[in-house]
Write a protein that binds this ligand. Structure first.
Ligand code: F3S
Length: 284
């Protein structure tokens, strides 16, 4: 079987940095907590739990905590959470927010202070977006689709600043920005989609367009993995979404001679390699 694996598959810079941070803190000792799962990957989260790391699932869990180290993951958190941690004397804050997300926090904080209306293009239920929203001084509108963009109305005298969730699909972002552009508002758009995401999406689209079957590896809860799956499915009818090699239970049709592989930002390298060597060795 010919296998084409995307060069951009797997951990991005921000995720690698966050995961490495947790392992470093484990070595340093003490009780470690992550605010939310450090990445959307069950394998990695299980490994960390086996090493004594506890995941905090909510603000109320954090409120009850009195000591230990709290690590903020690459998605970042809202200002309110930073402030809460800072009130706790015996808690050490380790911030592993990806610098690209920090950049969005800064833009939103500064521009909202100037009186601009903030629009975030992204998924309102995603923790990264919730964190971004939490840096604005004034109410934020989160827009995810055409209907929401078309329905958007604002005071015409107020300037608007549009930013994006780092993992948003670039094509959709451009479409939504175009809708805003037709409304006659004064708009400052900052494309804050992370280049790692763009590269991964572009490469996935290219590979999916020329293979017989495409495998997307990633966590079920990972939004960037789901987007990769969406993109690949448009280009290749036999696209499969798996979390580990164990999910690849059905073989490929006889006509399959070339399989493409890509993986979301939270997929460790060893899982990609396992899938790759297994598929390469498949003999139909
Ligand atoms: Fe950061 Fe981009 Fe990864 S924003 S966490 S490097 S996808």
């Amino acid at each position: 079987m010919k296998v084409i694996t995307a060069e951009s598959a797997g951990f991005c810079f921000g995720v690698k940095r966050a995961v490495d941070t947790v392992y470093k803190e484990i070595e340093a000792g003490g009780k470690i907590y992550t605010y939310g799962e450090i990445i959307h990957n069950e394998e990695v989260v299980k490994d960390l739990e086996s090493k004594g790391v506890t995941v905090l699932h909510s603000k109320s869990e954090l409120e009850k905590l009195e000591e230990g180290t709290v690590i903020i993951r690459s998605h970042g958190v809202s200002k309110e959470i930073y402030d809460l941690i800072k009130t706790k004397e015996n808690i050490k804050l380790v911030d592993a927010t990806c610098p690209f997300v920090v950049k969005i926090h800064n833009i939103v904080e500064e521009e909202s202070k100037k009186g601009k209306k903030i629009v975030v293009i992204g998924d309102a239920s995603h923790p990264e977006v919730q964190g971004i929203v939490g840096f604005s001084d004034s109410p934020v509108t989160v827009v995810q689709n055409k209907n929401e963009a078309e329905a958007f109305e604002n005071d015409p005298s107020q300037e608007i600043c549009i930013v994006s969730q780092t993992t948003f699909n670039y094509k959709k972002f451009a479409e939504l920005v175009e809708i805003f552009g037709k409304k006659g508002y004064s708009i400052n758009t900052v494309n804050t989609i992370c280049s790692a995401t763009e590269q991964r999406q572009t490469e996935a689209r290219e590979i999916a367009s020329k293979v017989d079957a495409m495998i997307v590896i990633g966590g079920k809860n990972s939004s960037n993995t789901r987007k990769l799956y969406e993109i690949c499915s448009e280009m290749c009818r036999d696209t499969r979404l798996i979390q580990t090699l164990a999910d690849l239970d059905s073989g490929f049709p006889e006509s399959t001679s070339c399989v493409g592989i890509t993986a979301g930002a939270s997929t460790p390298n060893y899982i990609i390699e396992e899938v790759q060597s297994n598929v390469r060795g498949t003999d139909f």
